[in-house]
Design a binder for this molecule. Structure first.
Ligand code: S3P
Length: 182
């Protein structure tokens, strides 16, 4: 378990559905590993001057995905050893998934839809959850995206517990993964 940060040679990328805690967990994980942290949604907002929801609503999902693909590629190309939290749909794009699996260690954070529905209901920041029943939308996305998320290198299940426990579970899983690679 010791010195995981020193055994890493590429960025760690968190993938998974909205509300699973990629940003909060990612920030804590980065701190534990002594790495910097970047959130792809926040980077899109910096680059576009619009939030992901605004890009979605003004230009549509396909333009958002194009921008997201370019931005994630740029974050990886910068070559920094860091923790990157991606927006929930980024890893579903085949090109982004291929790039991330080749150049980073990808971690699928996974939680039951009930928990995601509860967490995402606290803030109205996701364009896809603004129309219709958010829980049904999350259920649909969970089933549509499962085969993409399953391709991440590491799968970590998180429940309703504290984010710090998820960070510990990730550190154990990373330790195993790096040991297997060595
Ligand atoms: C999306 C998830 C959002 C954001 C955009 C699209 C998705 O990010 O990128 O609303 O398609 O799952 P979070 O997963 O950080 O909420």
């Amino acid at each position: 378990m010791i010195e995981i940060g020193k055994r890493l040679d590429r960025p760690i990328v968190l993938v998974g559905l909205m509300g699973v805690g990629k940003s909060t967990v990612g920030r804590r994980l980065a701190r534990r590993l002594g790495l910097s942290f970047v959130d792809s949604d926040a980077a899109i907002e910096d680059a576009a001057g619009l939030s992901p929801a605004e890009v979605f609503e003004r230009y549509g999902e396909s333009d958002f995905r194009d921008g997201e693909r370019r931005l994630v590629a740029r974050l990886v190309d910068e070559g920094n050893l860091r923790v990157i939290a991606t927006g929930g749909g980024a890893f579903v794009d085949p090109r982004t998934r291929e790039l991330l699996n080749a150049r980073a260690i990808t971690i699928w954070l996974d939680a039951p839809v009930e928990i995601l529905a509860e967490r995402t209901s606290r803030r109205d920041t996701r364009a896809q959850l603004r129309n219709g029943d958010p829980k049904s939308t999350l259920e649909r996305l969970a089933s549509e995206r499962r085969t993409a998320y399953e391709q991440a290198h590491i799968h970590v299940k998180s429940g309703a517990g504290a984010h710090k426990d998820v960070v510990e579970a990730i550190l154990r899983a990373l330790d195993d993964y790096l040991t297997g690679e060595a």
